[in-house]
Every structure is written in structure tokens, then in C-alpha cells.
Design a protein around this ligand. Structure first.
Ligand code: C2O
Ligand code: CU
Ligand code: CU
Length: 455
């Protein structure tokens, strides 16, 4: 199919280039100009037109992850851009200020290519700005860092390699290095002032346990759907694939010469994570490593205090005792990956219990009866996490629980093994087909994805 060109005056037009190069199957022989994709900045209320050129030898799409856009510009697999073709999409930016992202979403008869194409470089961060945020005068310029976390595997000659197959189908791809904005972590020189760290987990499958090397608490000011009502402190932050977090770190009291690092802390990661994987060259799921080493090199005086209130107008969907609950059981399908209510991806086929009504508020509950964590993502909207309950004590993974940021707005929620998580969502403005799926890209590409219909 083709994506219709919508009317409207372009305020931004950009070209989207592929970084996928020729090479043996599942090997990326060279990397294009920008890895990951470039940072796109948009303003709420703006009309966007994007021209998308597919220069890959296979189908692709561009999905605006987290954005409230109509189904036909959502970059869904039912609307692929064929090799050599191009299309223009247009939409109005109607989302709160925050860090979102874009990535491909193709899914053919042999499964999805989200994992491979994102790995190859077709994913990047997208920032939306708005008036509420501007009024806060949060740290900007040098004091704002956008960090895209992705683990990747390198062969002996520094060739970027991707290993799919059965091992990856269960646990998802795990690389042997972690890159920050496409580069190995490097020490950054900073001043004695507050910083805003905007972090996207753009990895295929890796979950990070973000902590400070000196044990100080992690101050969270925002999630994937924008700013929190007020800052919150956590001992560490659990960040699953596709999730974003907005952190505040104040170094005004630091001494020149002091060092501090944002690390991903060790966790035991249940029964699957400790395994080294095929070839033994992978970094275990719960390994400890530095992501952002910082060194205080100068005194600075741009020390605005952390606001006590970030967004007093933050709303949650109107839930009442009568709000209907829709249940999704997350289970393993022997030798075939994972399923949602026993089903896997069937193209645009929508079951009777996957149809919702435009304007309605519902509670969706995800029950994880499998032994792997599943970051569950719903397209087209932001939701609130209203309840998290451990219903099976036996399944472990509790070493990630204290870092789950459930406050604020989200488009992706991590459901740990043995947990039941309830989210509240309202289907507004657009009817038609949207996706919901696990954002472990290998789970998704192997069928842990379905369409739902807003009617
Ligand atoms: Cu990040 Cu279906 O998407
Ligand atoms: Cu999405
Ligand atoms: Cu999953």
C-alpha cells in the first residue's frame, strides 16, 4: 500500500537515509553518515511533513514511537515503503514535551525486521518541546545531554555484527559492547551546575539498571510521555527497551576534579540472563558497566534549583469502578517465541477482544506468566500505570523492582515475570488500526505483536 500525502503547509521537511549497506547476511559492512539516526526536534502544535526515501534492498517504514498520530502515518507494517520508493507523511504534533523516538516497523511473511533495521542504524531520538516545559527553564545547551543507549556486537576486525536465531528469539539480542549515541562511552567534562540527562533505551532487548557510581539517588523528572507532576527519587532506574527517562543531576556542590559516572548496575536477571549466549562473547544481561563517566573540570554558576512542581496540569485517564478491564496473558509458545492471549502476529487480523471504542477509557492488564520480562508498548497514545502486583513470587527479577518508574505518562511498561500490571488508557481522536506489542525487538519480530482496532 501507499501512504497518502496529507494536505498542509510543510514546516519541517527532512530526508531519512538508510545506513544499511551491502554485505553478507546479517552483517553490516559499513555504517552511513549518522549512527544512530539524527536528533529531530519538534514543537507541540507544529505541523510536520516528512519525506521518507527507502534506499534499502527491503521494505521499511518509519514509526514515530510514542506520538499520538493517525494510523495511516504511524509507520505500521501494513503500509510498507518498498525498496526504491518514497513517500511523504504529515501530522500535527499534539504530544507533551518529552523525548520520543523513531524507528522502522516492517514485518513480512518471514517475520519482523524491526530488530535488524534498528540495529543497522535506522532509529533515532525525537524531542518535542512545549510552553509548559519552556516556562520551567530547565537546563539546556551544554547542560542538556541526550543519550541513546544501544548494545551492539563487534567482531574481531571491529565489524558490527548481528546474530539472530533461536537464542535471540527467547531472550532477545544482547551485544558485547554498550554504545552511547553510537560511540563507546567517553568521559565528559562538566561544570559545577545542574544537568538534564535525557535517556532513550534504543537497545533491541537489554534492560538497564541506571545508577550513580557514588550511590546517590537518581532524580527523575520525566518519562517517555513527558515531565512528571513533580520530581521523584529512586535508588536506581530500571529502563527497558523503548523506554525513556529524564534525569536531573545537580553538581553545584561538587569539587573540581571530582568524578562521577552513570552506570548500569549488576542484576541477577532471572534464569535466562546469566547465560553467556552462543560463542560466550556477549555481555550478560545484568552486567555492570559505565555509561556516562563525568569529570568536574570547572566552576560554573548556572545553578537553577530543581523545580518542586514540574507539571501541575498532568492528567491521568478517568478511571471509575465501572471502567472495563481487558486482560492480556503473556505466555511462551514452545519453539515459537511468545504470545499474547495465545496469539501471535497475524497481519491486520483483529480478534473480537481486540476492538475498542473511540472515546472510551479502559484498563488493560498484562499478566506475565512467562520467564522473560516483556516491555509492553501500545501505539498511538500515552497511558498511566495504575497498579503493579506480583502474583507469582517464584519468578524472581525482584532486583529490578525498586527502579520501576510507574508515575507519569508512558507508552511502554515493563512487565516482569510473575507480575500483573494494569494501565489506564483513553482512545481519543483517531479510529482505525494500531499495534500493541512487546518491545523486546526479537520478541516482537517473532510474533509477540497484534493489531487492535479503535472503532
Ligand atoms: Cu517503538 Cu511498535 O514500536
Ligand atoms: Cu510505537
Ligand atoms: Cu517480550
Amino acid at each position: 500500500g501507499t501512504v497518502p500525502i496529507l494536505p498542509g503547509t510543510p514546516s519541517e521537511v527532512w530526508y531519512y537515509r538508510g545506513a544499511l549497506a551491502e554485505g553478507p547476511p546479517d552483517t553490516l559492512a559499513s555504517i552511513g553518515e549518522s549512527y544512530p539516526g539524527p536528533l529531530i526536534r519538534l514543537r507541540r502544535g507544529q505541523r510536520v511533513r516528512a519525506r521518507l526515501e527507502n534506499r534499502l534492498p527491503e521494505d521499511t517504514t518509519v514509526h514515530w514511537h510514542g506520538l499520538h498520530v493517525p494510523p495511516n502515518v504511524d509507520g505500521q507494517p501494513r503500509l510498507p515503503i518498498k525498496p526504491g520508493e518514497s513517500t511523504t507523511v504529515a501530522f500535527d504534533v499534539d504530544d507533551r514535551a518529552g523525548l520520543y523516538w523513531y524507528h522502522p516497523h516492517p514485518h513480512g511473511p518471514n517475520g519482523g525486521r524491526v530488530g535488524f533495521q534498528s540495529y543497522a542504524g535506522l532509529a533515532g531520538p525525537l524531542i518535542i518541546e512545549d510552553e509548559t516545559e519552556r516556562a520551567l527553564d530547565l537546563p539546556g545547551g551544554e547542560q542538556e545531554m541526550v543519550l541513546v543507549l544501544q548494545d551492539r556486537s563487534f567482531a574481531g576486525d571491529n565489524e558490527l555484527t548481528f546474530v539472530g536465531g533461536m537464542g535471540s528469539m527467547m531472550r532477545g539480542f544482547l551485544g558485547n559492547r554498550v554504545l552511547v549515541n553510537g560511540r563507546p562511552p567517553e568521559t565528559r567534562e562538566i561544570g559545577t551546575q545542574p544537568y538534564r540527562l535525557r535517556i532513550l533505551n534504543g537497545s533491541n532487548a537489554r534492560i538497564y539498571k541506571l545508577a550513580w557510581s557514588d550511590g546517590r539517588p537518581v532524580t527523575v523528572i520525566g518519562t517517555g510521555g513527558g515531565l512528571l507532576a513533580a520530581p521523584q527519587r529512586y535508588p536506581y532506574v530500571t529502563l527497558a527497551p523503548a523506554q525513556r527517562v529524564d534525569l536531573w543531576v545537580d553538581l553545584s556542590e561538587a569539587r573540581v576534579g571530582e568524578q562521577l559516572a552513570l552506570v548500569s548496575d549488576q542484576y541477577l536477571s532471572g534464569m535466562m540472563g546469566g547465560m553467556g549466549g552462543m560463542g560466550g562473547s556477549r555481555l550478560p544481561a545484568g552486567a555492570r558497566f559505565e555509561l556516562l563517566p563525568l569529570r568536574v573540570t570547572h566552576r560554573a554558576h548556572d545553578g537553577q534549583p530543581l523545580p518542586e512542581v514540574l507539571d501541575s496540569g498532568l492528567k491521568t485517564p478517568p478511571v471509575t469502578p465501572d471502567t472495563p478491564i481487558r486482560t492480556f496473558d503473556l505466555t511462551m509458545k514452545m519453539m515459537r517465541g511468545f504470545a499474547i492471549n495465545g496469539r501471535q502476529f497475524e497481519g491486520t487480523t483483529v480478534a473480537d477482544d481486540e476492538v475498542v471504542t473511540l472515546g472510551d477509557t479502559e484498563i488493560w492488564e498484562f499478566v506475565n506468566a512467562s520467564m522473560m520480562p516483556h516491555p509492553m508498548h501500545v501505539h498511538g497514545l500515552q497511558f498511566a500505570v495504575i497498579e503493579r502486583k506480583r502474583i507469582d513470587r517464584q519468578r524472581g527479577w525482584s532486583e529490578l523492582e525498586a527502579g520501576l518508574v510507574d508515575t507519569g505518562q508512558h507508552d511502554t511498561v515493563l512487565v516482569l515475570p510473575g507480575e500483573r500490571v494494569r494501565i489506564a488508557l483513553t482512545f481519543t481522536d483517531f479510529d482505525g488500526l494500531y499495534l500493541y506489542h512487546c518491545h523486546n525487538m526479537e520478541h516482537e519480530d517473532n510474533g509477540m505483536m497484534r493489531y487492535y482496532r479503535v472503532r
